[in-house]
Design a protein around this ligand. Structure first.
Ligand code: MN3
Length: 248
C-alpha cells in the first residue's frame, strides 16, 4: 500500500472508530484502538460521502441522506468491525468474505453486507448528469432490447421486491448482464446468491432509503432514482468487470 493511501485510510478509520459508543471510558478507549486497527489493516474503512447531504435534492432529501449515511450506514460499519475484531476477517477483502457467505454468522453477513452495499450505493449516485458509455449501452441493448426496456425491467425488480433489500445490475462470469434483487443486506457477490455476478448499479429499497420523503410510494423514489444515477461510476465498474477485476 502506498504511504499516502495508508495515511488516508488510517485517518478515515480512526475518525469512524472515534464515534462515541456510550460505553465506559476504559472500554471506549480500548474499542477505539481495536476498531481503528481493523479499519487500517484491512481497508474496511468508512467512506466519505462523495457529495453533500443536500446534493441529491429533490430526488433524495437532505434529512434522508443524513440519517441514512450517518446513522444506518455508519451503524452497519461499526457493528461489522466489532464482529470481525480479532478474527482473520480483519485482513480479508469484502469480495473474499462474501465468497464464503454461506459459512458466515448472521452478524457478519448482515453487517458486512450493510457496510459494503451502501458503499456501492453512494457511488452509484451523483448530482451531476452522466450517460452510459457506448460499451455498456451496447450490452444493455443486447441483453434487454433497449435502454428504456432496461430501465423498466430494473425499476420493476426494485418496485416488486418484497420487503427490505436491493435491486442490482450485475455482470456474470460469462459477461452477461442480469437484473436481480436480494433480500435484507445480501448482495450478488455472496456465494449463495440466486444469481451471482459483479455489481454495476444498485438501489437500496429498504424503507429507510425513502420513507421520510416518499412515505409508502416506493415507486416514486425508484422513478426519481434515474435522475441521479452516476453512469460514470457504472461505466467504470463495467470496464473493470469485463477485464475480470473484482471491485473492492
Ligand atoms: Mn440503506
Amino acid at each position: 500500500m502506498k504511504r499516502r493511501h495508508f495515511i488516508s485510510l488510517a485517518g478515515i478509520g480512526f475518525a469512524a472508530a472515534c464515534t462515541p459508543t456510550g460505553k465506559g471510558k476504559t472500554s471506549q478507549s480500548e474499542k477505539v484502538q481495536t476498531t481503528a486497527k481493523a479499519a487500517i489493516i484491512s481497508g474496511h474503512f468508512f467512506p466519505a460521502l462523495p457529495y453533500a447531504y443536500d446534493a441529491l435534492e429533490p430526488y433524495i432529501d437532505t434529512q434522508t441522506m443524513a440519517v441514512h449515511y450517518d446513522k444506518h450506514h455508519r451503524g452497519y460499519h461499526q457493528k461489522f468491525l466489532a464482529v470481525i475484531d480479532d478474527t482473520p476477517l480483519e485482513t480479508t477483502s469484502m469480495v473474499d468474505i462474501f465468497s464464503k457467505a454461506s459459512e458466515l454468522d448472521d452478524a457478519v453477513r448482515n453487517n458486512g453486507g450493510g457496510y459494503y452495499n451502501h458503499l456501492l450505493f453512494w457511488e452509484s449516485l451523483s448530482p451531476e448528469r452522466s450517460e452510459p458509455s457506448a460499451r455498456i449501452l451496447s450490452s444493455i441493448v443486447k441483453h434487454f432490447g433497449s435502454f428504456d426496456q432496461f430501465k423498466a425491467d430494473f425499476s420493476k425488480a426494485a418496485k416488486t421486491h418484497f420487503g427490505s433489500g436491493w435491486a442490482w445490475l450485475i455482470l456474470d462470469q460469462n459477461h452477461n448482464l442480469h437484473i436481480t434483487s436480494t433480500a435484507n443486506q445480501d448482495n450478488p457477490l455472496m456465494n449463495d446468491a440466486a444469481i451471482k455476478g459483479i455489481p454495476l448499479l444498485t438501489i437500496d429499497v429498504w424503507e429507510h432509503a425513502y420513507y421520510l420523503n416518499y412515505r409508502n410510494k416506493r415507486g416514486d423514489y425508484i422513478d426519481a432514482f434515474w435522475n441521479i444515477v452516476n453512469w460514470n461510476t457504472v461505466n467504470k465498474r463495467y470496464k473493470k468487470a469485463m477485464h475480470g477485476e473484482w471491485l473492492g
